[in-house]
Design a protein around this ligand. Structure first.
Ligand code: ADP
Ligand code: MG
Length: 329
């Protein structure tokens, strides 16, 4: 699962890579000096000679060379392959962000082939998510999936092994972080970085301003914009709910829009089964309730939503014959 925020690799049924999709490059030599978790620790702390890059940040490949290196280093880091002198010929199924162009898809495929992918197939993200959630995607009945990742939120209605309607918007986890940065600046005169915003979101992020199990207020560290001195400010989840409100309203609107474009026979299926949510963004407190309230439909967040797409991709690989019609060569 080549995600905009996280890349997961499953090899022989086991998760062997679960890392942020980040690389760090030395600007002088041009060399990639770190990848994944190690590179993510450098984020926001680099000096002039080091740059951290998220090759897939907005759901497109921003940097071909960096994404190639990232894919290659992740595959080479698989413990079972590291022991071998030569990487064995691999059959691979790769799930890529759905906004990716044909040219970018080919680039991903070629990167995989260079690390000995002999048979490389691509799978559409909503399809992989649905399989990972445990939906019978070949069935005639319709299902709606919302996958909220780092760069994009994908909303799709699936039936009979195909995507009937779908919508992708560039409002997801990264945008939530930007909202938090903006909020802290405006309301607390505090400058914070992306990594701090991410921590705020995980600790006190919310989509609604009243929660049954509210998190404790969270101390946020940054630089005071008035005097430039480091400072700490406590924030509550209700403040963050306010900060994220506009972005979440955009996701709600996209969901409504997709429902409006759904054929009526499938609408009735969705009415009965509800909406399924996956992706890390679905962990935001109260987001399921908020979408449920807006649509008047049941909303289910799948178990371990950060792994649903990888799970589905791995199931497609394992049951290759059953799912071969979804795989793109
Ligand atoms: P992608 O598929 O685009 O790589 P993921 O499905 O891995 O994205 O989700 C990553 C996003 O989920 C990030 O923006 C991250 O901040 C967000 N996220 C992870 N955990 C939580 C959480 N507990 N609450 C809110 N957002 C979360
Ligand atoms: Mg994803």
């Amino acid at each position: 699962d080549l995600g905009t925020a996280n890349t997961l690799v499953i090899h022989n049924g086991k998760v062997v890579v679960d890392s942020p999709s980040i690389v760090a490059r030395d600007r002088v030599t041009g060399k990639i000096i770190a990848v994944g978790k190690e590179a993510s620790l450098m984020q926001g702390k680099t000096h002039d000679n080091i740059k951290t890059i998220r090759p897939l940040k907005d759901g497109v490949i921003a940097d071909f060379d960096a994404s190639e290196k990232m894919i290659s280093l992740f595959i080479k880091s698989i413990p079972a392959l590291k022991k071998k002198m030569f990487t064995p010929a691999l059959r691979m199924v790769v799930c890529i962000p759905s906004g990716i162009t044909e040219v970018e898809m080919r680039a991903v495929k070629e990167s995989c082939e260079r690390v000995n992918g002999k048979e490389v197939y691509l799978i559409h993200e909503p399809m992989a998510a649905a399989i990972g959630i445990g939906i019978d995607v070949l069935d005639a009945s319709g299902n709606m999936i919302i996958d909220i990742g780092g760069g994009t939120s994908e909303i799709a209605v699936l039936a009979l092994g195909g995507i009937v309607t779908s919508k992708s918007i560039k409002v997801a986890g990264d945008e939530f972080n930007d909202d938090i940065i903006e909020y802290m600046r405006k309301h607390h005169n505090l400058a914070i970085g992306e990594a701090t915003a991410e921590q705020v979101k995980i600790n006190v992020g919310a989509a609604v301003d009243s929660l049954e199990n509210p998190p404790e207020d969270y101390e946020v560290y940054g630089r005071n914009l008035l005097d430039g001195i480091p400072r700490a400010v406590k924030v509550s989840y209700t403040e963050i709910a306010q900060a994220l409100d506009r972005s979440i309203a955009k996701i709600e609107a996209a969901v409504i829009n997709t429902l409006e474009n759904t054929p009526p026979e499938l609408s009735s299926d969705i009415y009965k089964t509800g909406i399924y949510m996956a992706g890390g963004g679905s962990l935001l407190r109260g987001l399921d309730k908020r979408i449920s309230k807006k649509t008047q439909l049941q909303v289910h967040v799948t178990e371990d939503p950060l792994k649903a797409v990888a799970r589905g991709t791995s199931i497609a690989l394992k049951n290759f014959d059953k799912f071969s019609s979804f795989l793109k060569k």
